[in-house]
Structures are given as structure tokens and as C-alpha cells.
Design a protein around this ligand. Structure first.
Ligand code: SF4
Length: 375
């Protein structure tokens, strides 16, 4: 089983915190769509299966694609792959792109899951992050989406400068009014060379203290758990049977094909590759029938570290048997030695074959994982 990720690299406006590959100049949209389809032609055989478990339109802002354009790309995917009624087909959506006609059209095309980038219901947060939509637009979008789609996710951000615990709880409770099946909630992080980075470095903005961010995280986890959402990954919560297949396959290390400028692919073993992060060059090369894929073969240590990192982020955890089988006894010995103090301090939990992160450890998962790495 495998997935395909389609990267649409255009946005109306740049969010201050974003370091994804995107451009706000959309004058070559048609050429890009032609190239995306051609890349599917050129690369579909890279997957060792013709059956897709998930298709994901990400970006950038794929909701800037017209219904005809989404349909055209989907037709190309269907020409090359088998899609069943269980295939998860997600499209990321910005609230300001939502209209009833658009959402109904997406459903007719076969999109069966939406991911709505709300981020906050407070206009002061949205302005601070330079999002292109208002809270009113998010509320209107959610009314439409929740009427037409059963399976949709709401994205929220916590750890926003000048946002209190009360502000974030307001956001969670507002989102819960729509009873979505899934939430993705990420802490705002400062990525190099972003406007946010510049503002923080120049003391024009101040990030919240860790204690407040942890409090927002802890309260969020507690509220979602009380509402019966499974905390299946550090930043993701879902009602039973609504975990994202696309996300889960990524964390499980399954193969996926990344289409579009800057898109990453993984062969399910140790080979990771990525397209050039330059839309014009990408389109030129694809037109000539060439690929510009850069890549790397993960060493055993890198694969081990990645497995630990991703495993500890999920509720499935890390399998001790799998470590021994795939990486060998030296790696198992290393891991068991490193986890000891974390188990004693109740930040990690060992139950039979599985090591998972405890509630207390969740906020520190990246730091704990890096302490378990083999260098
Ligand atoms: S809409 Fe998404 S991809 Fe575009 S700038 Fe904002 S966060 Fe980045």
C-alpha cells in the first residue's frame, strides 16, 4: 500500500511563520498543472503498487485550484493508479477559498476528506500571523464544510505571541462546536528566514514563555481526551476510525510519491528523494521529460533515529522486537540503556514490547527522542 502527495506551491499571501515552499505569484498555474500531471506519468512506476491508500493535495494552498483543475489532476491519478472506496483523498483548504459550490464540487469529484486551516478564531492572532482570512470567514467556511463533509480536520495553532491560555481555550471550544472528526494542532515555531524570525530577533514580537505554551498544550490534550478524541500523534487528535491515513502512513514509514516542486518521496525502505524547490525550473525540466530529484540513502543510524522520532510521536510507540529485528542487538542495547532514566522518571512507559511516551513526556517528545538517538 502507498500514498501520493501533490504539492500545489501557490498562496495568495505569505503567512509570517511559514517556511514551506510556495510563491505568491500564480501567473503560471496552467503550466504547473500540466507539469504535475506529466510528473505522475513519468514517476507512477516508482511505487511498488498500483493501489493507493491515500491521496493528499497539500501546499501552498491547493484550494486555489479550480474544480476543473482538481478534477483534471484526479483523472490523471486514476489513470495510473487504482483507487478504492477506502482510499482517503484529502485536500487542504483555506477558509477564504470556501464557497458552497466549491465544497459540493470537491465532493462530487471524489475528495472525501478536507483539512481546514483555521489556525485561530481570533482576528488579532490571524493579523499577527498575516493569515489571509478573518475569523468570520472561518466560521462561515466551517458551517458549509460541516454540512457537506463528514470527514474533515481543523488546524489550530497554539503558542502564538500575546495569546493567553484563555484565548487558546476559546479557540478550542469554538472549533469543538462544529464536532469535527479530526484536529491537527501545532505549536507556533520560529523557522529561519521567516518574517516571524525577523520580528522576534528584532524584538518587535515576543514568543510566549514555555510554561504558558505547555499549559496550552496540556489543557488542549485534556479537553480533547474528555471529548473522546484519540491523541494518536503528538499534534493530532481524531475520533475513533478517523485517524488520517496519509499522516499515519508517513509515521509508519510507508512508501509515498511526492509530486510537484519541493515535494518529498520515500520508498518505504531507506531512500528519500525530493524535487527541486524552484517552480520554473521544475516545470522546464518536466516539460523536457527530465526529473530533477535529489535524494539520500538513510544510513542504519539515520533510519533508527527516524523510527524512534516518529514512533515516540504516535500512540503506537516504538516496538522493541522491531528494533532488534531491523536494526540488530547493538541498537536494542543502546535503546534500552537510554530509556532507563526516562522510564524511572515516568516520561516513557515500557509495556511488553512497546515503548510509548507518557502524558507527562508528550510536551518533551522531541527532546526525549533526540536523547535516544544513536549518533
Ligand atoms: S497558506 Fe499555508 S503554505 Fe501558504 S504561506 Fe500560509 S502557512 Fe504557508
Amino acid at each position: 500500500m502507498a500514498g501520493i502527495y501533490i504539492h500545489f506551491p501557490f498562496c495568495k499571501q505569505a503567512c509570517d511563520y511559514c517556511n514551506f515552499y510556495f510563491s505568491t505569484k500564480m501567473n503560471n498555474k496552467e503550466d504547473l498543472i500540466f507539469s504535475l500531471k506529466k510528473e505522475i506519468d513519468l514517476r507512477h512506476n516508482e511505487l511498488r503498487t498500483d493501489t493507493l491508500e491515500s491521496i493528499y493535495f497539500g501546499g501552498g494552498s491547493p484550494s486555489l485550484l479550480s474544480l476543473n483543475e482538481v478534477n483534471g489532476i484526479m483523472s490523471k491519478v486514476k489513470e495510473k493508479f487504482f483507487i478504492s472506496n477506502k482510499t482517503e483523498i484529502t485536500l487542504e483548504l483555506n477558509p477564504d477559498d470556501v464557497s458552497r459550490e466549491y465544497i459540493e464540487g470537491l465532493k462530487q469529484i471524489g475528495i472525501n476528506r478536507l483539512s481546514l486551516g483555521v489556525q485561530s478564531f481570533l482576528d488579532k492572532d490571524l493579523l499577527m500571523m498575516n493569515r489571509n482570512h478573518s475569523s468570520i470567514e472561518s466560521l462561515k467556511a466551517l458551517e458549509i464544510v460541516s454540512e457537506i463533509f463528514e470527514n474533515y480536520s481543523i488546524d489550530l495553532i497554539y503558542g502564538i505571541p500575546e495569546s493567553s491560555l484563555k484565548d487558546f481555550l476559546f479557540n478550542i471550544n469554538k472549533a469543538l462546536e462544529f464536532k469535527p472528526k479530526h484536529f491537527s494542532c501545532y505549536a507556533l515555531t520560529i523557522e529561519p528566514k521567516t518574517v516571524l524570525d525577523y520580528k522576534v530577533k528584532n524584538k518587535k514580537l515576543f514568543m510566549p514563555i514555555d510554561k504558558l505554551v505547555k499549559k496550552q498544550f496540556d489543557e488542549m490534550v485534556s479537553i480533547f481526551e474528555k471529548k473522546n478524541y484519540l491523541h494518536y500523534e503528538i499534534s493530532n487528535f481524531a475520533k475513533s476510525d478517523y485517524q488520517s491515513i496519509n499522516n499515519s502512513n508517513y509515521w509508519l514509514g510507508k512508501q509515498y510519491l511526492g509530486i510537484g516542486p519541493s515535494a518529498h518521496s520515500f520508498d518505504g525502505n531507506s531512500r528519500r528523494s525530493w524535487n527541486v524547490s524552484n517552480t520554473n525550473l521544475y516545470m522546464k525540466l518536466i516539460k523536457e521529460g527530465k526529473l530533477f530529484l535529489d535524494g539520500e540513502n538513510l544510513t542504519t543510524s539515520e533510519s533508527f533515529n527516524e523510527y524512534i522520532m516518529l514512533g515516540l510521536r504516535t500512540s503506537s510507540g516504538v516496538s522493541v522486537q522491531k528494533i532488534e529485528k531491523i536494526f540488530g542487538s547493538i541498537y536494542l542495547k543502546h535503546l534500552m540503556k537510554q530509556v532507563e532514566s526516562y522510564i524511572d522518571s515516568k516520561l516513557l512507559h515500557l509495556d511488553g514490547d512497546t515503548i510509548t511516551i507518557t502524558s507527562n513526556g508528550k510536551f518533551l517528545s522531541d527532546k526525549i527522542a533526540s536523547d535516544l538517538f544513536k549518533l
